[in-house]
Design a protein around this ligand. Sequence first.
Ligand SMILES: Nc1ncnc2c1ncn2[C@@H]1O[C@H](COP(=O)(O)OP(=O)(O)OP(=O)(O)O)[C@@H](O)[C@H]1O
Ligand SMILES: [Mg+2]
Length: 383
Amino acid sequence: MHLTRLALTDFRSYRELSLELGPGVSTFSGPNGEGKTNLVEAIGYLATLGSHRVATDTPLVRQGAERAVLRAAVTGATGSALVEVELNPGRANRVRLNRAPLPRPRDILGTLRTVLFAPEDLALVKGDPGERRRFLDDLLVATAPRYAGVRADYDRVLRQRTALLKSAGGKARLRGPARESVTATLDAWDAQLARTGAPLLAGRMRLVAALRPHVEAAYQAVSGGPPGEAPGMSYRSSALNTDDGFEDVEMAALETALLKSLDGVRASELDRGVCLVGPHRDEVELSIGGLPARGYASHGESWSFALALRLASFTLLRQGHEDPVLILDDVFAELDAGRRDRLAGLVAGAEQVLITAAVPADIPDVLAGTRFEVQVGVISRVG
Ligand SMILES: Nc1ncnc2c1ncn2[C@@H]1O[C@H](COP(=O)(O)OP(=O)(O)OP(=O)(O)O)[C@@H](O)[C@H]1O
Ligand SMILES: [Mg+2]
């Protein structure tokens, strides 16, 4: 699929922007701070209903404005669609598809599919486990939008169960009927957590298994390094031993395993007032040449790994489907000449690639495509 038009009102530094886009490569260059990342952030938001830079919507609305409006026209195998999002910080956002309001914003997911690589992705390798869980969950949603519901259900149960653990914590030494009542309520929440957690866990484990060969190939392709530096990726569950091919296990068995493991930690959970097992405590372990990437990998290796995760996502998402829009924010400045050329070769065939760079010369010639300049919030076509 590809974007044919993007229009922004009061998004970040843009008061008003209207941009025609075509398939193939488009590059956006211009000095630091002129709005290149703001542009790709808006496109990412239309695809995922979230920013890759901030967790709340407030910074996305232009300083002094009340709301922001983002619009994109998307053309794909099934025709064209108009996606619109109105950001109202502090109030409900509004989402429209082909001008019809969607009661549930998340129903827009899947209309525009993107893979966005940005410098912030370094956190996928160097950051907390939460970064990698979010990466997996976002990719799950991109592969199958129904996972947005799976994730929302799990988050809701987790919040409620955690609240119960907190309030029950002080009563750990209760006896008699009072204790029985807490136990019965927790039992019910354990069942809910296992029921909603199992499909999330299953989805993530299958995803890691499917992604792994593509990550290895992409890392090798970008780094051009010897096979000894092969990257590793494995899912580590807080609830069960995932060493031996758990990705094939049936849902009921996963649910049972989660329940059993919840049972085993009940006493410490009550003591500490936190939920100790479940997908929200899991980790995706990344390694290079057998050493943990986090804490060991060099800056360049970490960067290549993060890029490989995104390129692998792209490969996975295009399998059996049309291409997502591939967005590379500021990727070339960090790469040496060999890596630049190899990356260019990898992405040149995608249906639509949007590339930003502060220095246009950093972009390899094969990716020249349609050139835009970004200056003080104005985007003009230059080639
Ligand atoms: N809500 C907002 N309202 C107004 N201006 C904003 C808002 N959020 C960000 N900006 C401005 O947008 C600019 C940053 O734009 P952006 O991140 O797109 O730059 P860039 O072109 O990607 O730069 P670089 O080359 O350094 O990555 C900053 O000057 C910032 O002050
Ligand atoms: Mg930028």
